[in-house]
Ligand binder design. Structure first.
Ligand code: P6P
Length: 334
């Protein structure tokens, strides 16, 4: 029966990536090895996050010998990526400086990642996640920071792993978006959401309304439109979890718009370009949505510092188009 075939035709993330038609067939092996090491890191973090409450991994007051989960996750990912022998530069939210891999273990990929985004939410049980993006080194010279200060559109792949009620890895290698769910009994990520497409328009807006007094004109106008639509349409619902991976995952599957605007307190917004804005923007475009910084297409941004921030508006194509129109109109006035 078809159902049985589905059950026995286990499409694991490794098999899927090996089979995917790739723009770089010659490097399929290397990429698959790199991806397998990222997957290993995600499996470890998933297990640690699930035990966090029990094993006091969240570093309760007075616990000096236990590492905080975000520090532990970072060490696991750095070690896994270096040991893959396929990376040359690593940029982590947890490390002030980029890691240049020893020449003896060097490969051609640069990986930017947030090992545990939203980790402040662990002890209240909110879903958190790992976010990552992958660049190819520009050419075979000695690696420099320029190899990671590339616009997001140069990324070969991007994804996140959400640690929630289930452990779900969402990945794009430039050929659409697919999601894989960890089957703990197998220890494998199995394809559960093939070829995800975000609804063209959504009924949800996702922003921290607590920052409303600091918003600029276009954001304030857009949120006002969401709450009091002029065209007689029904108002949008507000859903804001405060953990980017959880808010973006809901937006990807259900549609709508996620906003982290600039405000008077933080003129470049809060979210980091390399390992929050770029990977999520890459996924949104691959799923048929779009991502905008208030000034330009997010993936066109050229970062100058590895921990640089940017405002971001991402999600359903039509919803982002609406706020783009407000920023463009504002820009014309200036
Ligand atoms: P705020 C979590 O700390 C985080 O980096 C993202 O995961 C999340 O989207 C954002 O900050 C939430 O920020 O200012 O709304 O609490």
């Amino acid at each position: 029966h078809a159902a049985d075939a589905h059950r026995t035709d286990l499409m694991t993330i490794t098999r899927f990536v090996l089979n995917e038609k790739s723009k770089y067939p010659e490097s399929r092996g290397d990429f698959t090895i790199l991806l397998n090491h990222i997957v290993l890191g995600c499996k470890f973090v998933c297990s640690a996050v699930n035990k966090a409450g029990l094993a006091k991994l969240i570093g309760l007051a007075g616990e000096t010998n236990v590492q905080k989960l975000d520090v532990l996750s970072n060490e696991v990912f750095v070690k896994a990526l270096v040991s893959s022998g396929r990376t040359c530069i690593l940029v982590s939210e947890e490390d002030e400086e980029a890691t240049f891999v020893d020449p003896s273990k060097r490969g051609r990929y640069c990986v930017v990642f947030d090992p545990l985004d939203g980790s402040s939410n662990i002890d209240c049980g909110v879903s958190i996640g790992t976010i990552f993006g992958i660049y190819m080194i520009k050419d075979n010279h000695e690696p420099t920071l320029d190899d990671v200060l590339q616009p997001g559109k140069q990324m070969l792949a991007a994804g996140y792993c959400m640690y929630g009620s289930s452990c779900t890895l969402v990945l794009s290698t430039g050929e659409g978006v697919n999601a894989f769910t960890l089957d703990p009994s197998l220890g494998e990520f199995i394809l559960t959401h093939p070829d995800i497409k975000i609804p063209k328009k959504g009924k949800i807006y996702s922003v921290n309304e607590g920052n409303a007094k600091n918003w600029d004109g276009p954001t304030a106008k857009y949120v006002e439109k969401c709450k009091f639509p002029k065209d007689g349409s029904s108002s949008k619902s507000l859903r804001y979890i405060g953990s980017m991976v959880a808010d973006v995952h809901r937006t990807l599957l259900c549609g709508g718009i996620f906003l982290y605007p600039a405000d008077k307190k933080s003129p470049s917004g809060k979210l980091r370009v390399l390992y929050e804005v770029f990977p999520m923007s890459f996924l949104m475009e691959q799923a048929g949505g779009q991502a905008f910084t208030g000034k330009q297409r997010a993936l066109d941004l050229v970062p100058t510092k590895i921990h640089e921030r940017s405002p971001i508006f991402l999600g359903s194509f039509d919803d982002v188009e609406d706020i783009k129109a407000l920023y463009t109109a504002e820009g014309k006035k200036e």
